[in-house]
Design a protein around this ligand. Structure first.
Ligand SMILES: Cc1cc2nc3c(=O)[nH]c(=O)nc-3n(C[C@H](O)[C@H](O)[C@H](O)COP(=O)(O)OP(=O)(O)OC[C@H]3O[C@@H](n4cnc5c(N)ncnc54)[C@H](O)[C@@H]3O)c2cc1C
Length: 335
């Protein structure tokens, strides 16, 4: 592991100022914030991340979960994944968020991992994590070993000829369906970015994953209130029952009027280079019957969401798996 400088900041402005000289790549590869460290330290040990300096933000006053006037949530970036998942208001009003977080990692990891860190966790593509292989995300211009290599777990949506790495987070799939907003403090002050605009597609710059620029600090995540009686669910399919990333997952939210779906929002994980949401797919099921009667509509919605998928040899199974995943989640939540 490369030697690095370390500082700890307990004030927001101090943390942002401490990264003022950050220059390269997203967030500044030379200066990194460190929260729970469950992603960053692993990658530093592998020499995938080689920052000159770490700014420890665990002392920032960003560890509160507060309800907002519309019945929504304002979640501090330093709130631990386990605290968010077990919060009574989250469990009662946002089961999809609690279930998504609890389906990820292990209890020990969730005790350390933070809301901000979870949003920015790195892909589990084996070639990204091994410096012996070409990876455009780790080293722009070096190539992509995954395209002709082991890509069973990688993305089928949002890929490019330069990168097919999937986004591994479960939490951000739920936050995508919940239309969360990311609050960012940067050199030029505060700004709020809808999660739909937060992640970028790889294109020919796969090393850029979000709209963050050097020195940007995520301070909060805001989730709007849901209509009374809204139902939600997170379904995660994976190779083993625990401690495994999604092969396909679905975060679904519906508002029912009797047997009819008044409103619906859903997003999928494990299949895209970012959490995947398609508004046209949601339109297909609005005003239609739910439960077992909704099968045909749910299949049409799933086909629309998967439209444009570009699977490779080893992950073509994901197209049908993802469709079934979404249909099952929508059937369950609307029954
Ligand atoms: C074995 C293992 C299994 C896992 N399984 C799953 C799983 O199934 N599902 C899943 O979703 N996740 C899984 N994870 C990932 C885990 O959820 C993440 O490692 C964790 O959420 C990252 O949070 P952290 O606070 O530790 O981030 P850190 O490691 O501290 O930081 C990660 C990145 O975010 C940046 N960062 C952190 N906070 C901020 C902030 N406030 N503002 C700006 N930048 C910031 C850091 O600079 C760094 O680049 C797994 C991890 C491991 C090690």
């Amino acid at each position: 592991m490369k030697l690095f400088a370390y500082s700890k900041q307990n004030e927001l402005q101090g943390a942002v100022a401490d990264t003022a000289s950050a220059r390269t790549a997203q967030q500044g590869a030379d200066i990194r914030y460190i929260a729970g460290g469950t992603t960053l330290i692993d990658l530093m040990k592998l020499n995938v991340e080689t920052p000159d300096k770490l700014v420890d933000i665990t002392g920032l006053p960003l560890d509160k979960i507060e309800t907002t006037s519309d019945g929504g949530l304002c979640i501090g970036a330093m709130v631990r994944n386990s605290d968010l998942a077990s919060h009574p208001y989250v469990q009662s009003h946002y089961p999809v968020l609690s279930q998504a977080i609890l389906s990820g990692a292990s209890a020990q990891l969730r005790n350390k991992a933070t809301t901000g860190g979870n949003l920015l966790q790195k892909t589990r593509c084996v070639y990204y994590r091994d410096t012996a292989f070409a990876c455009n995300k780790r080293e722009p211009g070096s190539g992509c070993a995954a395209i002709d290599g082991d890509h069973r777990n990688l993305a089928i949506l949002g890929t490019s000829e330069h990168c097919i790495a999937s986004n591994p987070s479960d939490m951000n799939v739920a936050l995508m369906a919940l239309e969360a907003q990311i609050v960012i403090e940067g050199k030029d002050g505060k700004r709020i970015v809808p999660i739909a605009d937060f992640y970028t597609l790889p294109g020919d710059t796969p090393h850029i994953e979000t709209v963050l620029v050097p020195g940007d600090l995520i301070t909060h995540v805001i989730v709007q209130g849901l209509a009374p009686g809204a139902r939600s669910l997170y379904l995660k399919l994976r190779d083993r029952a625990s401690y495994e990333f999604a092969v396909s997952s679905a975060a679904v939210i519906v508002e029912m009027h009797g047997d009819t779906i008044n409103d619906a929002r859903f997003a999928m994980g494990g299949i895209g280079t970012k959490p995947w949401r398609v508004a046209e797919a949601e339109q297909i099921i609005k005003g239609k019957r739910g439960g077992a009667d909704g099968q045909a509509t749910f299949k049409a919605a799933a086909a629309r969401l998967l439209q444009g998928a570009r699977p490779l040899k080893e992950n073509s199974f994901k197209v049908e798996l993802a469709k079934r995943c979404l249909v099952h989640a929508l059937t369950t939540v609307s029954s």
